[in-house]
Design a protein around this ligand. Structure first.
Ligand code: PGA
Length: 247
């Protein structure tokens, strides 16, 4: 399976700049087809136009979150079938910003991931420790607990991606050492193996302050099969350098 680079635009982008970014990326991907798979996760307001702009380019579209129910009285929410309906093939669930800001539990993240897969999407499930958890030596225990609680059982690599995002690295400019990334990813691989045989081949992304300067070093660590990029995905130039590093 190809490596995966996901651009998580978060709550950034109005029509003009979002569309310019999408069109510029299409031009780059057409001129030099990337070795890795690329998915753009714009805010919900831009899913349709960005989806139209990237149609046929090989770039994929993803949501940043979904509800656990397919439809119903949930004001402000978007369901997995709705994401599928507008052309998404991926959705991020359990991002630490949602776990923190909306108190999303592992059980809710699992329900969302299950809904995503039921709708025909591939779920990118995020896990990661806080600075305090790392300082107290609990990183691996926390990540394994999150995986056990958040992953739907028996999913293979076509339906599931895991993103390891240390919370203290997100948007901070700080990243773990390659050695630390290697240990956590290897522990995640082991946990996936324990959860189900199909899951052992699931791609594990690293996320948190991925920049052009560190992308290559991070993507060549063992058991890193791609990157989840936040701030670095808002600049076409930076994002393209990052994606190109991920062969
Ligand atoms: P960052 O965010 O690249 O801005 O650190 C990554 C993420 O939160 O997905």
């Amino acid at each position: 399976m190809r490596k995966l680079v996901a651009g998580n635009w978060k709550m950034n982008g109005l029509t003009a700049d979002g569309m310019a970014r999408a069109r510029d990326l299409v031009a780059l991907a057409t001129a030099t087809p990337p070795a890795c798979e690329i998915v753009l996760c714009p805010p919900a307001t831009l899913l349709v136009p960005v989806g139209q702009a990237i149609a046929g380019s090989g770039l994929a579209l993803g949501g940043q979150d979904c509800h656990a129910e397919p439809a119903g009285p949930h004001t402000g929410d978007i369901s997995a079938p709705m994401l599928k309906d507008v052309g998404c093939t991926y959705v991020i669930v359990g991002h630490s910003e949602r776990r923190h800001e909306y108190k999303e539990s592992d059980a809710l993240v699992r329900a969302k991931a299950t809904a995503a897969v039921a709708a025909g999407l591939c779920a990118i499930v995020c896990v990661g420790e806080t600075a305090a958890e790392r300082a107290s030596g609990r990183t691996e225990a926390i990540v394994v607990r999150q995986l056990q609680g958040s992953l739907p059982p028996k999913l293979g690599p076509a339906k599931l991606v895991v993103a390891y995002e240390p919370i203290w690295a997100i948007g901070s400019g700080r990243t773990p050492t390659a050695q630390d990334v290697a240990s956590v990813h290897s522990r995640i691989r082991e946990a996936l193996r324990d959860l189900a045989t199909e899951a052992v081949a699931v791609r594990i992304l690293y996320g948190g302050s991925v920049k052009p300067a560190n992308a290559r070093a991070l993507t060549t660590v063992a058991n890193v099969e791609g990157l989840l990029v936040g701030g670095g995905s808002l600049s076409t130039e930076e994002f393209w350098i990052i994606a190109s590093a991920c062969g």
